[in-house]
Design a protein around this ligand. Sequence first.
Ligand code: ADX
Length: 329
Amino acid sequence: VSEYSAAVLAHFSEPVGAGRLPAAPGETACGEAQDAAGGQRVRVHVRLGAGARLEDVRFQAFGCPVTIAVASAAVERVTGKDRDAALALEPGALACALELTPDQARLAELPVRALRLALAYLARPMSPKSANLTPSPSHVSRGDREALLRHRSVTLWFTGLSGSGKSTLARAVEQELVRRGVLAYVLDGDNVRDGLCADLGFSAEDRVENIRRVGEVAKLMNDAGVLVLTAFISPYRDDRARVRATLPPGEFLEVFVDCPLEICERRDPKGLYRKARAGEIAEFTGISAPYEPPAAPELVVATGTQPLADSVRGVLAALEARGLIPAAR
Ligand code: ADX
């Protein structure tokens, strides 16, 4: 490790990308993993290099920060595939694709899951398995449906810790919107995980896939004319940025349901924090898994201190101010 350390510490003081997708040189993708025993958490950053087109892969190994410079052609071999393919790479194949030396490969062994995840962020969007598809165009446009319903169909994306009040707030806003004649619908984590996402758990990879699916559903429902409210922890900035990028500009509104961990834990509406502290739930957000707050949300709602009715009014006012729903009569 020591042979890498000196050069590496300098890299670590660099700011890490602030949640934007790493599409341009200098931007960073990042992934996180826990070793099988659940002991060591590893975060890997992959940076698109400027100029020399070198890429940095950075992570901690044995408690020390490590940077491996990798030729961009080597990273292209991994990221030129689609997300599924990047995620499926075995440790050996990954080390080989990146042309790591045996020493580097040894160091990369532990963070390999995180490395795969980080590279998957850089990979092409998931491509259809079949090459024999011919999507059919609709004769009814989204504009036609919006005119029919007399409101815009956007996605309000509530993000925050478990117990922060996402579902409570989204449900209350949904009820008020429908009362006002707006066709609104809540997609909620605990509900979606009972059906569409019943095959997913809470590893970083599964959460990425959970949010990808929800983003696709929201997009379809927006196209159908529905104003969608989503209530998912959605802990990773990059995942939320990906959903934002799939929707037209201005039609993804990120709402940070901002409630401090101490309050969520004290409220503990489902008793899950207690279980997580007792070690009965692994990878629990805020306790043993990360939460990355939005850097620039459209709206912040302080659910830790504000009464629900005030929060609901704030969200509706933001929609009105943007001309997305008719003003209350
Ligand atoms: S997300 O991270 O993938 O966005 P999602 O919002 O769908 O999570 O699901 C979170 C809900 O699942 C929580 O409100 C809680 O009820 C439940 N849950 C069960 N296990 C966990 C866990 N390890 N971390 C967070 N939430 C969990």
